[in-house]
Design a protein around this ligand. Sequence first.
Ligand code: 13P
Length: 280
Amino acid sequence: MRRFVVGGNWKMQISQVEEAVRITENIANAIKNISMVDVFIAPSFNALYSVGKSISNTNLKLASQNIHYLEQGAFTGETSILSCINAGCEYVILGHSERRRIFGETGENINQKVLKTLEKGLKAVLCIGETAKERAEGRVKEVNQSQLAGSLKGVSQTQIEKIIIAYEPVWAINNKFLNPDIEIKPATPHQASEAHAMVRDWFRQEYGDSIANSIQIIYGGSMNQKNAEELLKIDDIDGGLIGGASLTAKTFLPIIRSAEKLSKQDPEYEWDSNTLRFRK
Ligand code: 13P
């Protein structure tokens, strides 16, 4: 079984540093005993450093929502990966559909950012996903596989271990700008399962069995405490990337706890005295 990863993407929702620090401290305190799930939070850039300081030495990890693909230079309004490393980031979210569709990022831009993230030793959480229109046209496989191929160009067998894929169907993301004309709802377990299996198959073809079996593919798009367990139970779903429901400890924690509970039920783990270990 792959380890679950649960991430909170705060987008541009919490602008006060003190509030960001308070919420992340609450989350960090509440997950002290969570041992089988990797948890990260991606606050706004202005809060990155303060949040990073307050959660260092906890098992809540820090993520950046974006980076520039170069480390330094005259790029007004951009953020270097060096600033993110300085703040304590271990993850970088890249290729989010809000970046692709609202800010015009292309596969090529995202690929440069992925390569920079890997060069610096951080984990890239690469988001992919189709729109409602693309799904209606029967293009789910084509769109997602082309996003994977474009964003991962030149990523080696060894580097791929630092990649996490977030399958986020655009139509399921709680975002009125991206989805002005449709009712936003999460993918059904069937839709999510089919898409995750298709993504894993792509890795099997391109990188072989061992990587396909180990790569973590997480789901994003209206995941919340009500639907998390049902989605996380699916074989090919290894966690979640959460927007709205990650903005408070109260709504984020139940999702993390569902992942922890499912890990503990997994037959690959066994109790050895009072420690839970992988069954040999
Ligand atoms: P919501 O959970 O608010 O739908 O957002 C999902 C998302 O875009 C996470 O990156």
